[in-house]
Design a protein around this ligand. Structure first.
Ligand code: 9WN
Length: 465
């Protein structure tokens, strides 16, 4: 079974399917979630998982901050402060800020990225050379709402606001060369949804020699069984792209000239858009000029609709700007523009019915937990493999907020209860099998890390703890 099994004894309630859960379980759930976060603290930040991910990750830091917001506000602030120590001079916030203590425990590590000495990289932080979804704006806004004493923390909010604006400027200046309002990602890892079948579609267009993939040794398979993680051909492509970037010394915009992976992805841009809205609110609170953010927000929502909405499927799709084609695969990410208010009433109604259809919710004979990361009827769907179908709690949390925004409160509530039920029954996994009717002998139900920080953090947020 694939998980960080050595730690199971610390959290005995995990992996023991519990039937008939009730409110009383919440106390246990909260205690375990807090213990997981505590166990994953590494100095000033919290690792996503004890062994599999032993450094600080970008969007994880945002979700994790919410897990501390009500019980340890200082730690919530520390998470963002630690992450932004890694911000580059051009505003880019890296996907990973490496911890010196855990050198050699994760691949690709700091030395592989070869960011050392790259102009604009902060000298006092070890970072990778790509970014991740810009959750920080709306996380900061949520922290403002939860702050025990917002005025006392004003300097923190001011500092973070400026840093986040810089990050958004980076995305609009360097990742949106046509000034469309849509930032492109340059690597599947930037999407946070590393192994979506969508990326395979792009990869089939990219041709390279085996010699262009530098030698490497994976570490993820030391902790998780191979059927739950990306396959070797995908990893080769991930590493091929990193090699291209490091050969160019991460110099933007020059390096994009003939760079083969540039995808405008709906969730990435919906998150950016939702954070624009949050910056507008935060900016008002701080007495700042928010004109630029308003422009970004309007333009991104417009572009999501004009470029990424697929009226035949009733969902948003990614666009490969190098090969100039949409990627016709339905994923949970395609529903997330609900978060930033892009869809109109007709579009949102279509997405809601898709979400409740067999494509995402399964059939009465084969029901699914909401929400599978890749639609159940996509040829690339795989219930166990990372991002190819399993349910992720952070995606559900985002979808919960998007659905509530559009008044779909019942469905939003189902997103929350399905998530809590998965955690309650199976533990704090990184991702879960979406099939409800599985014989218990057949699968561990949860995959990846079984002490996953954002699963713990968002459980706490949902339970108001
Ligand atoms: C690469 C840390 C990260 C998450 C991503 C998730 C996974 C890394 C990996 O773990 O990605 O960034 O090695 O697989 O896909 O969303 O941020 O939890």
């Amino acid at each position: 079974m694939g998980g960080e099994a050595k730690h199971l004894e610390i959290f005995p309630m995990m992996n023991q399917p519990q039937s008939n859960p009730d409110q009383e379980d919440n106390g246990k759930l909260i205690a375990t979630a807090k213990a997981i976060l505590h166990n994953n603290i590494q100095g000033k930040f919290t690792k996503p998982a004890p062994k599999l991910y032993p450094h600080q990750w970008n969007w994880d830091a945002g979700f994790i901050a919410l897990g501390y917001a009500r019980s340890d506000f200082r730690q919530a602030c520390n998470e963002l402060t630690a992450l932004f120590r890694g911000q580059w001079a051009n505003g880019m916030v890296p996907q990973i800020v490496f911890s010196v203590q855990n050198v050699g425990k994760y691949f690709p590590g700091y030395y592989f990225w070869e960011t050392h000495g790259v102009p604009g990289k902060p000298r006092n932080a070890r970072t990778s050379g790509i970014s991740m979804p810009a959750v920080h704006g709306f996380i900061l806004n949520r922290l403002l709402q939860l702050a025990p004493d917002a005025r006392a923390h004003r300097p923190f909010f001011q500092r973070m606001f400026d840093r986040i604006v810089l990050l958004h400027q980076y995305f609009y200046n360097y990742r949106d060369p046509e000034r469309e309002g849509l930032a492109f990602i340059c690597h599947p890892w930037e999407s946070g949804m590393d192994n979506l079948p969508s990326w395979e579609e792009v990869f089939t267009q990219i041709h390279f020699e085996a010699s262009e993939v530098p030698p490497y040794e994976r570490r993820d398979l030391d902790h998780v069984d191979a059927p739950y993680r990306p396959r070797k051909p995908s990893y080769d492509r991930f590493i091929y792209l990193v090699n291209r970037l490091r050969q160019q010394r991460y110099q933007e915009p020059e390096m994009w000239k003939d760079y083969p992976f540039q995808v405008q992805e709906p969730m990435f841009n919906a998150i950016l858009g939702h954070s624009n809205e949050a910056l507008i609110e935060l900016g008002q609170w701080l007495g700042r000029d928010t004109g630029q953010m308003r422009e970004w927000h309007v333009q991104t929502n417009k572009a999501l609709n004009s470029k990424l909405w697929d009226d035949t499927k009733g969902i948003y799709l990614s666009y490969d700007r190098v090969h100039q084609r949409h990627i016709p695969i339905a994923t949970a990410a395609g529903l997330l523009p609900l978060l930033c208010g892009a869809p109109n009433a007709t579009q949102s109604a279509r997405m809601v019915s898709l979400l409740q259809s067999p494509s995402f919710a399964g059939t009465p004979e084969n029901p699914a937990w909401l929400c599978p990361s890749t639609a159940l009827d996509e040829p690339g769907f795989d219930p166990c493999r990372y991002w190819r179908g399993p349910v992720w709690i952070n995606m559900n949390w985002l979808m919960f907020h998007g659905l509530n925004r559009y008044g779909h409160t019942e469905l939003a509530e189902r997103m929350r209860t399905d998530s809590l039920e998965l955690v309650r029954r199976f533990g704090f996994w990184e991702y879960y099998d979406p099939r409800k009717n599985l014989p218990s002998s057949q699968t561990p139900y949860g995959y990846g890390s079984n002490q996953f920080s954002w699963t713990a953090a968002l459980t706490l947020d949902w339970l108001g703890a």
